[in-house]
Design a protein around this ligand. Structure first.
Ligand SMILES: *[C@@H]1O[C@H](CO)[C@@H](O)[C@H](O)[C@H]1NC(C)=O
Ligand SMILES: *[C@@H]1O[C@H](CO)[C@@H](O)[C@H](O)[C@H]1NC(C)=O
Length: 495
C-alpha cells in the first residue's frame, strides 16, 4: 500500500509527456440518400442519438458500511495481546532481534508494533470509515442520477427502509446525505432525511424468511453462519495437526526453547483470532498502517485464499445456492422491485439499507454467479478448491454492496416521449447485461422485458416434491448437527 502511494505521488509530480489525441470513430450513417444531412454537414446536432434518456425513479438495496467487529471477536483479538507482550520483552534488546533470520525478524517486528484498537463498547457499530464510504457512494449516485435528485421535491418523494440495526439506519442516512447533497447551510431540495421504516413482522424483503425450526423437540440450535465457518476452519486447521500452527510457531518463536510452550499456546482458535485481527484491522483508523495490519503478516497468500474460501462457503450455505430455500431468499425483494416497476406514481427514490444477506440474496435470486457444481465442504477444502468458481461472495457482498434498479424515460430524435420506459440494473455500480431470447442483450432494456425477466425468475420455485425432500433432509441434518455438536464446541474459538 505504501509503495503504491509512493508511486502515485511520484507520477503526479513528473508529468507524462503528451502524445496527442486519438481520433474518435465516426458514427455509422446509412449508405443511401438518407445520409445527405450528415454527409453534407447540414444536420444539427452533429451526432443525433436515436434517443435521449433520463433517469426518473430508482430502487436501491445497499449494505451498511464497515463496522467494528462484534464483541466476542474483539475479545478474541485482544486475547492476542500476551503474544505481543512476550515478544516486546524478549526483544527489548535490539541485537537479539537483529540476530534473527530476516523472515522471522520482519514478522516479529510487525507484531511488536501492533496497536490493539479494539474496544468492546463499539461492538458491531458502524465506524467513521464506513460512514464515509456510504456518503461517497451516495455522491457517486448523485452525479449519475442527478435528474432524479433535482426532481425530488420533498421528503415524500423518498421511501427510506432500513433493517433495524443502527449501522443500517446510519448507513442509509449517510447515503441519502451524499445522494441528495444535503449540507448544512446550503440549499437543497430536501432538508430533512425521512425517518427510516423498519420491517414489520412477516415482511421478508430485508429480514429474510429463515423459517420455523423444523424440529421442535428436542430443541436444537439451527446451524448458524459461524458454525459453518468453524466447521470449515476445523477441517483445514484441526487442533492437533494444523499446518498453520507449526508454521506460525516457527515464525514467531524461532528458538528451540520456545517451541514447547508456544506450540500449546498457538491453538487453532488463536490462529482464527489472528485472521480476524488481520481482516478487521481495515476497519480501524491507523495513521501508521503497519500498526494495524500486523497480524496479516503471519499468513501468506495461500492462507488468505483459504480464509476467502471459508467466507465464500459460509455465504453459499447462508445466502447462496445451497438449497431450494436459500436460493429464493431474494424473492420478496424481487417482488418489491416488480411492484416498483409497475407503479408509475410511486416514490422517486426507494432505499433499503440492509445487510450482506440482502445483496447476496438478490444476486442469487437473479441466478447470477451460479456454479454448475455445488460448493461443498469437501470440494472447497480439497483439490483445486473450486478456484475457478463463480461464487465469490467476498467480492460481491462486501461493505456498501448495492443493487440499483433505475427507470429511464426516453425521447426519440424528434423529441417525442416514448410510451415505454427503460430499465437498467446496476450491481455494485456496474450495469448488468440482461440476456433475452435470440441472444438479444442490453444493459438498458424496455421495462416490460425487465418485468418479464423478473417474473420468470420468480417462477423458479421448488415443486412440492422438492419441498418434501428438503424438509426431510433438514430433519436429518439437524439430528446430525446435534450429534456433531460436541466436536464443534470443543474447538470453539471462545477460549
Ligand atoms: C486492548 O486489549 C485489551 C485486553 O487486553 C482490552 O481491554 C482493550 O479494550 C483493548 N483496546 C485498547 C484500545 O486498549
Ligand atoms: C463438489 O461437491 C458437490 C456436492 O457434493 C458435487 O455435486 C460436485 O460435483 C463437486 N464438484 C467438484 C468439482 O468436485
Amino acid at each position: 500500500m505504501l509503495v503504491f502511494i509512493a508511486i502515485l505521488l511520484s507520477t503526479s509530480q513528473v508529468l507524462a509527456k503528451f502524445r496527442g489525441f486519438k481520433d474518435p470513430i465516426f458514427p455509422q450513417y446509412p449508405n443511401d440518400m438518407k445520409s445527405i444531412p450528415f454527409r453534407l454537414g447540414s444536420m444539427t446536432p452533429y451526432h443525433p442519438p436515436d434517443k435521449t434518456c433520463v433517469a426518473i425513479r430508482c430502487h436501491c438495496t445497499v449494505r451498511h458500511g464497515a463496522k467494528y467487529p462484534k464483541e466476542d471477536v474483539q475479545t478474541e483479538i485482544s486475547g492476542l495481546n500476551f503474544i505481543q507482550e512476550y515478544l516486546n520483552a524478549r526483544y527489548k534488546d535490539e541485537n537479539a532481534l537483529n540476530a534473527l533470520p530476516k523472515e522471522n525478524r520482519e514478522a516479529i517486528l510487525k507484531i511488536m508494533k501492533w496497536v490493539n484498537k479494539t474496544s468492546s463498547k463499539s461492538a458491531k457499530e458502524i465506524n467513521q470509515h464506513g460512514l464515509q464510504t456510504m456518503y461517497k457512494l451516495g455522491s457517486r449516485w448523485n452525479s449519475r442520477l442527478l435528474n432524479i435528485v433535482t426532481s425530488i421535491e420533498s421528503e415524500k418523494d423518498i421511501e427510506f427502509n432500513s433493517a433495524i440495526e443502527d449501522r443500517c439506519v446510519l448507513s442509509g442516512q449517510e447515503f441519502l446525505r451524499g445522494f441528495l447533497k444535503i449540507q448544512k447551510g446550503k440549499d437543497s431540495t430536501v432538508i430533512e432525511i425521512p425517518l427510516a421504516k423498519v420491517p414489520k413482522k412477516g415482511d421478508h424483503r430485508i429480514k429474510l424468511d429463515k423459517g420455523k425450526p423444523e424440529v421442535k423437540e428436542p430443541k436444537v440450535k439451527k446451524p448458524d453462519e459461524e458454525e459453518v465457518e468453524i466447521k470449515f476452519f476445523n477441517k483445514v486447521c484441526p487442533q492437533e495437526t494444523c499446518y498453520l500452527r507449526e508454521k506460525i510457531v516457527k515464525l514467531l518463536f524461532p528458538s528451540d526453547d520456545e517451541w514447547e510452550t508456544w506450540r500449546n499456546e498457538i491453538t487453532s482458535a488463536r490462529i482464527r483470532a489472528m485472521y480476524m485481527a488481520c481482516a478487521n484491522s481495515y476497519v480501524y483508523d491507523y495513521s501508521n498502517e503497519e500498526e494495524g495490519h500486523a497480524w496479516c503478516h503471519v499468513f501468506d497468500i495461500d492462507d488468505i485464499i483459504m480464509f476467502e474460501n471459508m467466507h465464500d462457503y459460509q455465504y453459499y450455505i447462508k445466502n447462496g445456492y445451497n438449497d431450494i430455500k436459500t436460493k429464493n431468499y431474494g424473492h420478496p425483494m424481487m417482488r418489491d422491485i416488480l411492484g416498483f416497476l409497475d407503479k408509475k406514481d410511486t416514490e422517486k427514490f426507494k432505499l433499503f439499507a440492509s445487510h450482506t444477506s440482502n445483496c447476496l440474496s438478490l444476486i442469487t435470486g437473479f441466478r447470477m454467479f451460479e456454479d454448475k457444481d455445488k460448493l461443498s465442504l469437501k470440494n472447497m477444502t480439497e483439490g483445486d478448491k473450486m478456484s475457478n468458481r463463480k461464487w465469490k461472495s467476498s467480492l460481491l457482498g462486501n461493505y456498501a454492496c448495492n443493487i440499483m434498479v433505475v427507470v429511464y424515460e426516453c425521447e426519440n430524435a424528434n423529441y417525442e416521449i416514448s410510451e415505454e420506459e427503460e430499465v437498467s440494473i446496476f450491481l455494485n455500480e456496474t450495469p448488468l447485461e440482461m440476456v433475452f431470447e435470440n441472444e438479444i442483450t442490453c444493459t438498458q432494456c424496455p421495462i416490460d422485458a425487465v418485468k418479464n425477466l423478473i417474473i420468470q425468475l420468480l417462477k423458479d420455485t421448488p415443486t412440492d416434491e422438492e419441498l418434501k425432500e428438503y424438509e426431510n433432509l433438514q430433519k436429518g441434518k439437524i439430528v446430525q448437527e446435534k450429534i456433531g455438536e460436541t466436536s464443534i464446541s470443543e474447538s470453539s474459538v471462545k477460549t
